[in-house]
Design a protein around this ligand. Structure first.
Ligand code: KG4
Ligand code: ZN
Length: 342
């Protein structure tokens, strides 16, 4: 295998409601990562309010970059390239990060590397904290389950930067289903962590929620499950019953995880994957991690919990592999709100 040139990448991520900056060495060793979350602000609206998100990025971006350089005890002279999330995401949010990255690249003379946010999520599994021993490098062909708030897909990686999308959700993403069901159960935004907590001690077998069967075995659908939870809640409320929130949350969570796990295993077998990878916000879910860790037939790669939800370390990692393979972007780089991996 070709040896890649060492490089330190400073990356910026502003695709949704987290303003992130990070520095990663050689696509793996995390030197510093800063995430300014807007979660509390958006929780008031029960979801991300795009214009508010853009303006918060404007306020946070420079302090977040400065903080990252300070934590790493580095200056821009120690960095080899500036990576930035170009899409997919909220256009107004992406513009703030892309323009900040252009400014830094122009001012420092460093090359700019536009990165796909989904590619970033996949590469989060390569990253480890510089204080820890390096985990084994993921081996190709690699079957990746990408589960976030905006995407749920099965991707076959045959090598660095080589993707084949096998299937994806036909309606809601898994994280979106967590967020919507949390709202139905009267839990706070974001729904994933709220459902995980509410499900603790709940009886996951109390409600037998549907597991969608689809024409393509690599596609997903979560809207029927979401509606089934809503119908059960309405039915219980109609009978003035106290909502068994823990059991509802646990049963919903179990239904989502079962489908994600079964399809990932089946796809890994079908496409002769050597190893598997799970990434994206939902991969922070404790029960999901335990299920994959305990039952996977393949060597499993999971990002550290802090790098499952949006962050810039994953963009720095993906940016490194792009940069090391000779990809750079011009300074007229535009954002791309919709941008499939393959
Ligand atoms: O990757 P991410 O930060 O943003 C997108 O690219 O979409 O994912 C956010 C999603 C949200 O829907 C959130 O509810 C979900 O990830 N999430 C979780 C957990 N933590 C975050 N879902 C289940 N369990 C969690 N612990
Ligand atoms: Zn994301």
């Amino acid at each position: 295998m070709k040896e890649l040139k060492p490089a330190r990448i400073l990356a910026i991520e502003t695709s949704c409601d987290e303003t992130g900056c990070a520095i990663v060495a050689d696509g793996r060793a995390l030197l510093a990562s800063t995430v300014a979350s807007q979660m509390e602000i958006h929780a008031r609206f029960g979801g991300v309010f795009p214009e508010v998100a853009s303006r918060q990025h404007v306020l946070a971006i420079v302090p977040v970059i400065e903080q990252t350089l300070e934590t790493a005890h580095l200056s821009l002279a120690d960095v080899d390239a500036i990576a930035v999330t170009r899409g997919p995401g909220l256009a107004g949010s992406l513009v703030v990060g892309v323009n900040a990255a252009k400014g830094v690249a122009l001012g420092s003379g460093l090359p700019l590397v536009g990165v796909n946010h989904l590619e970033g999520h996949l590469y989060s599994a390569w990253v480890y904290d510089i204080g820890n021993a390096a985990p084994k490098v993921p081996q190709f062909p690699l079957l990746a389950l990408l589960v976030s708030g905006g995407h749920t897909e099965l991707v076959l990686m045959s090598g660095h930067l080589e993707y084949r999308r096998l299937g994806a959700t036909q309606d809601d993403a898994a994280g979106e289903a967590f967020d919507k069901v949390a709202r139905t159960l009267g839990l706070t935004y974001p729904g994933g962590p709220a459902i995980q907590e509410a499900a603790n001690g709940g009886d996951a077998s109390r409600f037998n929620f549907p597991r969608a069967k689809l024409a393509s075995p690599w596609d997903f659908s979560f809207s029927g499950l979401k509606t089934a939870v809503l119908r059960t809640v309405k039915d219980l409320e109609g009978r003035s019953a106290t909502l068994p929130v823990a059991d509802l949350a646990a049963s919903f969570q179990a239904a989502v995880i079962e489908v994600l796990f079964e399809k990932t295993m089946a796809a890994a077998r079908e496409f002769n994957a050597q190893e598997i990878l799970v990434a994206g916000g939902v991969s922070a879910n404790q029960r999901l991690r335990e299920t994959f860790q305990a039952q996977s037939d393949f060597k499993l790669h999971l990002p550290p919990i802090a790098l499952c939800t949006d962050n810039a370390a994953m963009i720095a990692a993906a940016g490194y592999f792009r940069f090391a393979h000779g990809f750079t972007s011009a300074l007229d780089l535009d954002v791309q709100a919709t941008w499939p991996l393959s």
